[in-house]
Design a protein around this ligand. Structure first.
Ligand SMILES: Nc1ncnc2c1ncn2[C@@H]1O[C@H](COP(=O)(O)OP(=O)(O)OP(=O)(O)O)[C@@H](O)[C@H]1O
Length: 371
């Protein structure tokens, strides 16, 4: 089961050395602004794939004044011991992953620790740009399909090469063919991953209870994703993408960049109760919709593998909800199972959890258990 029973940090953000004994219940972190609550969620997020909850660089997470390395280690409820270290010895920074005492890989770790999070930065996602929504959605895809990270970096690398070629003003067809082949391979993989997770998410949205967190109608906008949603196979999506780029070289050269492809796709979100686009819903409605989507993603992860629910990291989600909605959120979290980590400035925000959660007070790099 994905729940942490111990978390220890060394030189991570404002924590010099910290060991948190956890009892497997949900974790409520409370304390003043700037105390280090989000830093703890960020530390937990390092156990998952990708750059973590703040998208910071690895060296940024090292405690100011420390030698530059940091470690996040945890014991899981199923007794697995996992750890991630930023190793700065030898002049370069590299992420070293350990599983049960032996060297491992981020992908292996991602198979064991699944994490979904919600941060205040996501609040504007429906009103923001397509790239904000793509990043938000790809983060969900990554939790379901850890190999999405490698497909995305292969795609970005090939995209940079194609754009560099376009900027030269003269495109060598053989060279462009080779780059576009790689672009189409990774692009088709990305589109299929996105469509696959969309299927699971839509099913999870329907499975969630009606209530305080309204349902969304979601779909992917982008030719490759729509082909994958229709059930087209890898080969036909690959061919479609390769053909799109082959026939748009002149146009893309004039624009100085690649105008079409999975890097331009969007996530369309409709607020089901009103039938209006999510961006037109009120701020509170958008927040509730977002929480509903995150809960659906956790439900989908649990259903997809018929396994444990993911770790759920909810930064400042409770503070913006009225007491009824807070209670409903906690009930849904408990029904989901697993372990949620929540933050807030006041302890009372978590009262309706009762004894289903442990409260930890956070102050300037120290954490104290209160129940
Ligand atoms: N690399 C670092 N080294 C040392 N301290 C750091 C580092 N990065 C951030 N901090 C400190 O961590 C603190 C912020 O922690 P965090 O964002 O977790 O606060 P928080 O408790 O979530 O606050 P809020 O309630 O305002 O969101 C700040 O005091 C900041 O100076």
């Amino acid at each position: 089961m994905t729940a942490l029973t111990r978390l220890s940090l060394t030189d991570f953000r404002n924590y010099a050395s910290l060991t948190l004994p956890l009892d497997g219940r949900h974790v409520c972190l409370y304390g003043a602004n700037g105390a280090g609550k989000t830093n703890l969620l960020e530390a937990v997020s390092q156990l998952g794939p990708g750059r973590g909850l703040r998208s910071s660089t690895l060296p940024d997470m090292a405690r100011s004044g420390s030698a530059g390395s940091w470690t996040v280690a945890a014991t899981l409820a199923d007794e697995h011991k996992v750890g991630v270290t930023l190793d700065t010895s030898g002049g370069s920074s590299k992420r070293v992953v350990r599983l049960d005492g032996a060297p491992s890989t981020a992908t292996e770790l991602a198979e064991i620790v699944r994490i979904v999070w919600l941060t205040p930065n996501m609040d504007g996602v429906f009103r923001g740009s397509a790239s904000d929504r793509r990043r938000f959605y790809d983060r969900l895809v990554l939790a379901h399909t850890p190999s999405h990270a490698s497909a995305s970096s292969r795609y970005e690398r090939a995209m940079r090469e194609r754009n560099a070629l376009l900027e030269r003003g003269h495109v060598d067809p053989a060279w462009a063919d080779a780059i576009e082949t790689r672009l189409a391979e990774s692009g088709a993989e990305i589109a299929i991953n996105r469509a696959h997770v969309m299927d699971s998410l839509q099913a999870a949205i329907e499975a969630r209870p009606e209530g305080h967190f309204p349902k969304a109608d979601i779909s992917l906008e982008g030719a490759a994703e729509q082909a994958a949603t229709r059930g087209d196979d890898f080969k036909s999506i690959f061919e479609m993408l390769a053909e799109t780029w082959r026939t748009s070289r002149r146009r893309d050269m004039a624009a100085g960049r690649t105008l079409e492809g999975p890097h331009r796709s969007d996530l369309a979100v409709i607020h089901r109760p009103t039938g209006a686009p999510a961006k037109d819903a009120s701020t509170g409605q958008q927040k509730a919709l977002l929480i509903g989507l995150i809960l659906a993603s956790a439900t989908a992860l649990k259903a997809e593998r018929d396994g444990p629910p993911p770790l759920l990291l909810l930064d400042e989600a409770a503070a913006h909800l009225d007491p009824d909605r807070r209670a409903a959120l906690f009930d849904e979290i408990c029904a989901l199972g697993g372990q949620a980590w929540l933050t807030g400035t006041e302890k009372f925000l978590f009262d309706s959890f009762g004894d289903r959660a442990q409260a930890l007070h956070v102050a300037d790099g120290t954490v104290t258990a209160e129940n």
